[in-house]
Design a protein around this ligand. Structure first.
Ligand code: FEO
Length: 173
């Protein structure tokens, strides 16, 4: 069983992952409107990943005998000034999620809840990849500047991204 605080924070994280999916849907829509379908695809796949992250928390709470509590999902920002500005916001959001995962680990350690700590380690590693992924695109967009040809080449590259079911979810299927 979870402590009351651990369960509340896991449920909160489930909500944050759904919010992440919602935020990235807004970002996908921005790129559709700009005619950048590769960038839009990047966020479509990212949205699917976030839904999968939420599902992983959902299933873990249930498996360990906790109650899932569903709260309202906050409305995401929808006004973005530029592709670079948007990606900086996405990176800042991932850094926030990393801080959340670290908080959850701290709570699990404090509770001597080894199962939850072990479960969270996949997310610790995943957040390194998430930040690396967004940071890489921020750096590319900074290099690209106002070069439209280079922007379209990056767009073509991002069109290749495909969704891969994350490990913990693939194992539970
Ligand atoms: Fe679920 Fe992008 O972290």
């Amino acid at each position: 069983m979870f402590t009351e605080n651990m369960l509340a924070e896991l449920n909160k994280q489930h909500n944050y992952e759904l919010y992440s999916a919602y935020l990235y849907m807004a970002m996908e829509a921005y790129f559709h409107e700009k005619g950048l379908s590769g960038f839009a695809n990047f966020f479509k796949v990212q949205t699917e990943e976030e839904r999968a992250h939420a599902r992983i928390f959902y299933e873990f709470i249930i498996r360990k005998g906790g109650s899932v509590t569903l709260d309202a999902i906050e409305r995401p920002e929808a006004d973005f000034e530029s592709p670079l500005g948007l990606f900086k916001k996405a990176l800042a959001h991932e850094e926030f999620v990393t801080s959340r995962i670290n908080t959850l680990v701290d709570i699990a350690i404090g509770d001597r809840d080894h199962a939850t700590n072990s479960f969270l380690q996949w997310f610790v590693d995943e957040q390194v990849e998430e930040e690396e992924s967004f940071q890489g695109i921020v750096q590319k967009l900074e290099l690209i500047g106002t070069d439209v040809h280079a922007l379209l080449m990056l767009d073509a590259g991002l069109a290749q991204r495909v969704f891969v079911v994350p490990g913990p979810l693939a194992q539970s299927e």
